[in-house]
Design a protein around this ligand. Sequence first.
Ligand SMILES: Nc1nc2c(c(=O)[nH]1)N[C@H]1C(S)=C(S)[C@@H](COP(=O)(O)O)O[C@H]1N2
Ligand SMILES: [Mo]
Length: 202
Amino acid sequence: MPIISRGFFGRRPQLEDLSRLPPGQYLTEGFPVLSAGPTPRTRLDEWTFQVRGPHGPLQSWTWEEFTALPTESVTVDIHCVTKWSKFDTVWNGVSVDLLLDGVDIGESKFLTAFSDGGYTTNLPLEDATGGKAWVASGFGGEPLDPQHGGPARLLVPHLYFWKSAKWVRGIELHAEDRPGFWETYGYHNHGDPWREQRYSGD
Ligand SMILES: Nc1nc2c(c(=O)[nH]1)N[C@H]1C(S)=C(S)[C@@H](COP(=O)(O)O)O[C@H]1N2
Ligand SMILES: [Mo]
């Protein structure tokens, strides 16, 4: 029985893995922390997740209610605009599909995710529905670490990771698109890593 396996030193990317790396990205084994401000600490008994429409709240869950919702285990590759990618990250989360189930979305075609600390990011609803986005509260089988967005963050793995708002507290639905925090500061409005949509104009 080998005492030292290759995995001990970190998995080397296999040939088929490299086709999973979007243009301009490199693979990392670590999990960098990128936050535009301090890590907010909201008490779980004060935490809610809200779905808001143009005229106010449509749905709201307390932490207790939210954690009682059915979750999915999701294994995905993630890609940061600062060029690191991480393969096979394992999350536990509630799908945005489920959070919007039964909500009358009216004329809405876009959403803004909003977070403790004031961070926002925008997405077309079609990028957040159809099994493409989750509100994740678990990572690697553990509760999500506060520096990575715990108690819960948005997870939108098919777009650059700035779209995955940490410390998310809800989503607001809009008929028209409203650029969020980084989108206002020159990042691309959509952020597809496979099309290298890093900055506005890309
Ligand atoms: N609330 C909030 N969410 C955020 C950010 C942030 O600064 N604040 N940074 C974004 C960016 S640019 C990236 S790359 C990822 C980083 O997530 P991580 O720190 O878990 O790696 O979170 C995104 N979500
Ligand atoms: Mo980022």
